[in-house]
Structure formats: structure tokens, C-alpha cells
Design a protein around this ligand. Structure first.
Ligand SMILES: Nc1ncnc2c1ncn2[C@@H]1O[C@H](COP(=O)(O)OP(=O)(O)OP(=O)(O)O)[C@@H](O)[C@H]1O
Ligand SMILES: [Mg+2]
Length: 239
């Protein structure tokens, strides 16, 4: 039997057959502002509440902004940070480093340095697409991301969520066309205009080794709770 861990969103656990498979990598894909960072933090909060050690790596926003932003959402990560159970940090990437061929092993070692020997069970990289911004060689970027994910699974062995911002209006699932293949599952977040209103939508695009519900659901971002999945989109359209 594959070990399953709760995602932090009870309805999502149901949709994907009991939660994420322990030790695998999952992708949350979506355009800007769809809720990727919030969902990834919700996944970590669930782990923290279960007494697990978790880490969050920010590649685009200052970590202080992320933590103060979550306070607005009614989530207080500070006690977990103080006790050392939660390790959030930012890694600033310089385009020059990437252009000269950054080593994927060195990247994973750098993350391990921040973890200082802790056994992390949940890790978030937000957003993985930032790793390759400004790099022209797509093949190189694909290989780099593929290597990082496989080293992470081997070396740290935790369940990892990577977020990926996809260009507005594009139909792809990722920015570099590789993120979707290296992950065990993909969850897509969208904002769609229907009539005079915008709706948040969530669906599962791929879930290796799991039965999956292909329904497109609506969701809301609720202070104190985070992502709350609501009724299916087709129910809403019937009204
Ligand atoms: N306190 C809050 N209450 C309700 N909704 C909120 C709150 N804070 C943020 N949101 C909603 O969440 C959205 C941002 O979510 P999030 O930062 O997770 O998106 P993202 O997909 O990571 O975006 P980006 O690609 O820019 O990083 C906001 O646009 C807003 O609609
Ligand atoms: Mg974000």
C-alpha cells in the first residue's frame, strides 16, 4: 500500500483518492493570483498541525512578506517558526548564476544547508518557474529542473509541492514544459469569467497511481481556512 498524506484540503484528499503519496513531488499550476502560494502553505500548515517539520522556499517574494500576508489570511506560522518546526526562507536567484550553468546538486545542497540536519517531511518550492527566468536554453532548463526534483526525492525524501506560474492566457500546464512530467500529480487553479462574475476553479489534471475525479470544482479563499472547495462548475452553470 502506498502511504498517503493529507493535502490540507479535505475535499481534495477525497478527489485524489486519500491524499498525496508520501515522498513524491506534486505540481500546483496556475496563472498569477490564482492561489498557488496559499494552497502550498495550506499543505504545510496541515503538516505542522500534525507535528511534522516543514520547509518553504520562496524564489520570488520576500519571506517576511509571505509570513505577514498569511497573518492577514488568519494563519499564524510564527509559533512554528520560533519552535524550529517550520523553516521558511528565500533563495534569490541571479540570472548570471543560471546562465553559467548552475549545478542542480549544489542547489539541493544549498536547501539542505538551510534545513540544518532537520528531517523535513513536507517541502514547498514557490515558484519553481523562477529557477530559470532569463535563461534562453529551454533544453538546459528542463534538464536542470528534472535533476533538482529527482535529487530532492533521493536526498531529502519528503513530499514536495512545487508551484508553477503559467503565462496568462496560455493553455500549457507549466512554463518550461517539463514541470508536469517530473511530478506525480498536477493540480490546476484557474480564474474564469462567467457572465459578470469571476470564479475560482480547481481541477486535477494528473494523479499517478490514484483514481481521480475529473470534475472541475469551484473554490473560495476563506480567511482562517484557506482554499475551500465548493460545488462543481457544471452545477453552477445549470443555475
Ligand atoms: N486575506 C485574504 N482573504 C481572501 N482572499 C485572499 C486573501 N489574501 C489573498 N487572497 C486571494 O488570494 C490571491 C493570491 O493568492 P496567491 O498569492 O496564493 O496566488 P499565486 O497564484 O501564488 O499568485 P502569484 O503567481 O502572483 O504568486 C489574491 O489575488 C486574493 O484574491
Ligand atoms: Mg505565488
Amino acid at each position: 500500500m502506498l502511504d498517503r498524506i493529507p493535502t490540507g484540503i479535505p475535499k481534495l484528499d477525497e478527489i485524489i483518492g486519500g491524499g498525496f503519496i508520501k515522498g513524491r513531488t506534486y505540481l500546483i499550476a496556475g496563472e498569477t493570483g490564482t492561489g498557488k502560494t496559499i494552497m502550498s502553505l495550506q499543505f504545510l500548515l496541515q503538516g505542522l498541525k500534525n507535528g511534522e517539520q516543514c520547509a518553504f522556499v520562496s524564489f520570488d517574494d520576500r519571506i517576511a512578506n509571505v509570513i505577514s500576508g498569511t497573518l492577514n489570511l488568519g494563519w499564524n506560522f510564527n509559533p512554528y517558526i520560533r519552535s524550529g518546526q517550520f523553516v521558511p526562507f528565500e533563495i534569490r536567484l541571479r540570472t548570471e548564476d543560471l546562465r553559467h550553468g548552475k549545478e542542480s546538486k549544489a542547489f539541493v545542497k544549498n536547501i539542505q544547508r538551510y534545513l540544518r540536519g532537520r528531517t523535513i517531511s513536507r517541502l514547498v518550492l514557490d515558484p519553481i518557474s523562477a529557477l530559470a527566468q532569463g535563461v534562453g536554453d529551454l533544453l538546459w532548463v528542463r534538464e536542470y529542473i528534472r535533476e533538482i526534483v529527482s535529487y530532492l526525492e533521493e536526498e531529502i525524501g519528503c513530499t514536495t509541492v512545487v508551484t508553477c506560474d503559467i503565462p496568462t492566457g496560455s493553455n500549457s500546464l507549466s512554463r518550461y514544459g517539463v514541470e508536469e512530467f517530473i511530478s506525480s500529480g498536477i493540480i490546476v487553479l484557474e480564474i474564469k469569467r462567467i457572465g459578470e462574475k469571476f470564479y475560482r476553479l480547481i481541477y486535477v489534471r494528473k494523479m499517478r497511481w490514484s483514481p481521480m475525479d475529473m470534475t472541475i470544482y469551484t473554490f473560495e479563499i476563506v480567511p482562517g481556512k484557506g482554499i475551500v472547495i465548493g460545488e462543481p462548475l457544471n452545477k453552477l452553470l445549470e443555475k
